[in-house]
Design a protein around this ligand. Structure first.
Ligand code: TRP
Length: 331
């Protein structure tokens, strides 16, 4: 029997992934590839819901593709492609928008969060319909499983509602997908402000580990991570967020559970501990960085690969779109 279909994606909205993206998504996608028929997209149509400079966007799409591959997504096994290269995404998005309630879309917490600062007047209609485009991404591929962080769970729930609504109104057309919320290690925090998630928009660059940082810089950031004055290496999210974060990072890098690490480092100082974390992170990320830079050295080859994968994706997506159009009476 064929493996179940899996779909996920990331926005090309920065020049490098950070350690939170790497641990929270890429590492886990890599592990899931062997059990699923996986599609991974670079969601450039989602990225343009906020202003992007065209040249920068083009570069970031390639850089993200290279990081996916360097991080272990095998483009011969999984379909790794750029969302805008497959026209069906925007087309199905429109069909789904016509069955999405205005109130329903207004309840999406990410839209509310993203517009909380600048106000809704400053937001684009595209940002508002962002979750409907995400539903189109997922439904085009008869997806069963969608691995996402918990911030995207509500969007997958909307996708399920839209699929069920469409099927009920127009006849069985879409597979109803399930979200898989990516595991605990997924929550990686800022090294300088360990109460907040590691984020590309952090105020202080020292708190963020970029996949494409020089190894020496990565090690330095870890050695200067904020800890506490207690001096003991144990996990306690409330009282010791900095040390807990470093334990989570080390656990993700080495595959050793946090409890075992606590034992291993009992009685040791923070200096020794931080050096161990820095060594583990560098050992994991340095080869990924090298491979990314190598892939970026041959953009024509990278583009060829993305084109070929977009063709594979379009075959699946076009068939689903045709089904949906027919069901609605459009063909
Ligand atoms: N909105 C997702 C995020 O920001 C990215 C995304 C777009 C996605 N389309 C998707 C994730 C489809 C999973 C499935 O993280």
């Amino acid at each position: 029997m064929a493996n179940p279909r899996l779909y996920s994606g990331m926005q090309p909205s920065s020049g490098s992934l950070h350690l939170g993206n790497y641990i929270g998504a890429l590492q886990q996608w890599r592990a899931m590839q062997s059990d699923f028929d996986a599609f991974f997209s670079i969601v450039d149509l989602h990225a343009i819901t906020v202003p992007q400079a065209p040249d920068v966007l083009r570069e970031q799409v390639r850089t993200l593709a290279a990081q996916y591959i360097a991080g272990g997504i095998d483009p011969d096994r999984s379909c790794l492609y750029v969302q805008s290269h497959v026209a069906a995404h925007a087309q199905l998005q429109w069909l789904l928008a016509t069955i999405t309630g205005f109130g329903e879309a207004s309840r999406m917490t990410q839209f509310k969060d993203k517009t909380a600062k600048g106000g809704q007047e400053a937001a684009s209609v595209g940002l508002f319909t962002y979750p409907v485009l995400m539903a189109a991404d997922i439904l085009l591929y008869d997806t069963e499983v969608v691995p996402v962080g918990d911030d995207q769970k509500q969007h997958v729930e909307l996708t399920r509602d839209l699929a069920e609504r469409f099927n009920k109104r127009f006849g069985k057309t879409f597979t109803v997908p399930k979200p898989v919320i990516l595991a605990g290690g997924a929550r990686i925090y800022d090294l300088q402000a360990p109460e907040s998630k590691m984020s590309k928009s952090a105020d202080n660059d020292k708190g963020v580990i970029w996949l494409l940082d020089e190894p020496a810089r990565t090690a330095k950031k870890i050695r200067s991570a904020v800890t506490d004055t207690e001096g003991s290496i144990r996990a306690d999210r409330a009282e010791k967020p900095g040390v807990t974060n470093l334990l989570d990072i080390l656990a993700a890098m080495t595959g050793t559970p946090v409890a075992a690490l606590e034992e291993e480092f009992a009685g040791q100082g923070y200096g020794v501990f931080k050096t161990a974390v820095a060594d583990a992170v560098v050992a994991e990320l340095a080869p990924v960085r090298e491979r990314t830079l190598e892939l970026l050295g041959d953009p024509a080859e990278l583009d060829r690969l993305l084109d070929a994968n977009a063709e594979r994706a379009a075959e699946v997506a076009d068939a689903t779109l045709a089904r949906a159009m027919e069901a609605m009476g459009l063909r």
